[in-house]
Design a protein around this ligand. Structure first.
Ligand code: F6R
Length: 361
């Protein structure tokens, strides 16, 4: 049942305020400025001994893991990174007892992720799951974890589950941070930011008509570049994946800082750039990248907290805490990909060559 929407993708994008509300519900502890995660199965003493965190997932879940790693590093100060589970499995990784492994999956059935979890467990590692489908194979195989509570996702491409997974990582990062060195004040600041998310997502969704208009402007492009820096880079990766999956427009994502090391050669009026430009400590750096693109006559669509002078168009999103901004900045670009694909007459819920869960090698 599409509940009045034309596609499941549109329904699922629209459900995000409620979905995010669900992942937060019952977990926030105002008294100690932390969160409770019932199924984590990790006591504070164990949590303090973790020296590294390695996050594994595929596709959109890998991108959510990249943002998750950033959240864990900034809030819990534990070195963390994310890697595609499929790559990890095949490179005979060094499995280290002081590393906590986290498997991320919407379906909980993705074979590459499941196989990585099984291999890690065979080697004695501790593995948590950040999973949407309750009781799925990866959820059962993991030692504990956080359910994402996005609700059923029918469209082949992931939207609400991405947003909820990133929010679940913010909860986990806050939880680990408050066991370690995150102050009560910072804990409160993050909790206040988390509570603002559903209303801010609602506000972004209200801008759909304008985003649709912009999508129609850019729908003729053969190829698009997506750029971001640090927290914004995984947002660019995910937005680029969404666009290519459903519109079949070629898109690639680069860290804005890497432009001058090669991809700047591609910039010309026919290759528009979507730039993630949060109002944080990297704002001036990001503006410099916009200037470099403009100097080569590249067209720019910015996603930012205030209109960008160098951009041809800006989608303005509400500001949250710097750490939580990536949760919001991807949402207008889901709508952008959606309306681009719609303008091109694509089969949005079932893009060619793709399946909802990849349970084979
Ligand atoms: C992209 C998409 C895929 C999945 C990937 C992992 O929109 O949906 O990239 O994210 O196949 O699937 P899960 O999260 O079920 O393990």
């Amino acid at each position: 049942d599409m509940g009045g929407h034309d596609t499941f993708m549109h329904k699922e994008i629209s459900e995000q305020p409620d979905a995010v509300d669900r992942v937060l519900r019952g977990r926030i502890d105002d008294r100690f400025s932390t969160v409770h995660l019932g199924g984590l199965n990790l006591d504070p003493r164990e949590a303090r001994t973790i020296r590294r965190i390695k996050i594994l997932g595929c596709g959109t879940s890998y991108h959510a893991g990249l943002i998750g790693a950033g959240l864990i590093e900034s809030l819990a100060r534990i070195p963390a990174d994310a890697e595609p589970a499929s790559e990890f499995r095949y490179r005979n990784p060094v499995v280290d007892p002081d590393t906590l492994y986290i498997a991320v999956s919407q379906s909980g059935e993705t074979y590459d992720v499941l196989a990585a979890v099984q291999e890690l467990k065979r080697k004695g590692a501790r593995v948590l799951g950040v999973v949407n489908v309750v009781g799925s194979a990866i959820a059962r195989e993991a030692d504990g974890g956080v359910y994402v509570h996005a609700g059923p996702e029918v469209c082949v491409v992931s939207t609400k589950c991405f947003t909820n997974t990133v929010t679940a990582f913010a909860l986990l990062a806050l939880h680990l941070g408050r066991i370690r060195d995150l102050s009560v004040t910072d804990g409160k600041r993050i909790i206040e930011g988390l509570r603002k998310l559903p209303a801010q997502i609602e506000e972004i969704l209200k801008g759909e008509d304008e985003i649709k208009r912009l999508a129609e402007v850019y729908a003729g492009a053969q190829s698009m570049m997506f750029i971001g820096r640090v927290r914004g880079y995984p947002v660019a990766l995910e937005a680029s994946l969404k666009l290519k999956e459903i519109s079949y427009i070629h898109a690639e994502a680069y860290p804005a800082s890497e432009l001058k090391h090669g991809p700047l050669a591609l910039i010309e009026p026919a290759l528009p750039t979507v730039a993630i430009v949060p109002d944080d400590d990297l704002l001036e750096k990001n503006r410099a990248a916009l200037e470099e693109i403009k100097a080569r006559s590249g067209r720019i669509l910015a996603v930012a907290h205030q209109p960008q002078e160098k951009a041809d168009h800006t989608i303005v999103v509400p500001k949250n805490e710097d750490e939580l901004d990536p949760i919001l900045m991807g949402i207008p670009l889901q709508l952008f990909a959606y309306h681009t694909a719609l303008a091109m007459g694509r089969d949005i819920d079932k893009p060619r060559n793709l399946a909802k869960s990849v349970t084979v090698e």
